[in-house]
Design a protein around this ligand. Sequence first.
Ligand SMILES: [Zn+2]
Length: 436
Amino acid sequence: MRENSLKTLEQVRMYSIPISDHRVSELITWYLRTLQRAIDIIWENIEWKYRFPRIERRKRKQVVIISYKLKAPELPKDKSFKKKLRDELLLDCPYAKHWVDAVIRTAYSIMKAWRKRYLKGRARRIKPRVEKRFARCKITLMRVDYREKRVRITVKPGEHVEVSWSGKWFAKKVEDWRVGEVVLKDNRVLIPFKSTRIIKVRDVIAWDSNELSLDGFSPRIGFIRVDLKPLQSMKITYERKKRIAQSKGLKNIYGKYVARERNRERDFVNKLASGLTRLFPNTIHVFEDLEKEELVSRRKTLKSRRKRNARTPWINIQKKISEKAVVVKVSSKNTSRTCPRCGYVVKTQVGRVYKCPKCGFELDRQKLASINIYLKHSKMRGFPHSNDPEISMMGELWVGVTPSGWSPVTWIPMKRDPEGSEAKGRGLGIKQHQAL
Ligand SMILES: [Zn+2]
């Protein structure tokens, strides 16, 4: 099945430009004081409301939903409250008035994030405190000169701070990109650059994230396996080195290992993401929503799975790919237990091969989740029977990243290669073989 549709790819890249200007530090100090004050006032005006159980229909069954928290905080949102808050903060504002609006917006976003976490039982009933020094700007306080590659930020009426990205190492990467709202730090300005491109989508690949491999499925290509062992062995090596340094109390060396490990991991993730997006152009990449999984079913997630996810930087990999290609996330629920053919969900899972007790569908378990992720994306069921010619003709592609050296992607042919047939016409030198 091919998808010939147009999708919008939105990309955001953040770059920082060093500055040294005492006015910025002073502004940040005022910003933080005012931000905390805004949070204080919003906090005092929270209404704690009872939440009542409600009835919902789920899968043709009536279910009573009882919230985890009995009383929910409702943030004050009415116009008169917001006006009073603004007037009060303006009393002590030597800066442009829009800075007060920037403060109020940041205060609300902090409070909304706290409220969400509180309702999920992940935050306590304690007023949020701002600790990091920053000031988030508003677009109304900025003027961008794209020709001169310059941002002018209004501090006070008639008083500005200017930063330029002309001649910076990333200038070429963000040519024709739009500038978003900057964040001021004591010694640097963070500028988000945004671009929106329309992409013609030809293919969909669903990826199952495993500790040692990224297992993909696409109806056009078949199964794809990306080897992550080099990353794992690098991490294990550094874990050992760090442990030794720690046991000897060598703080400096420990810190050095931490930094080196992080750099090598970043390098690997970058190469992986650019390799995959180059190899599979015009493709939607479908992933399981790991962030959501982590948030929603923390208690239910298997310990082993949590550990494996901790060692593989999944969220970074997804993020990096989403900077270069269209990424769609689907829920990870039951992806490794559902029969892709009839939809039956098995309770226990043992052995290397998945066998559906209901319809007899058989498949290597490692490949099961990627098919289910694909089906979740396309919202269909009824994958062909395992001995259908359609599925047995599907190839398997092995891809690896060499962490050192310049070539980002190497192709490793399958160990058992019965046909030895080379995929033609794509110029990639891919070895394919029968997958099942
Ligand atoms: Zn089945």
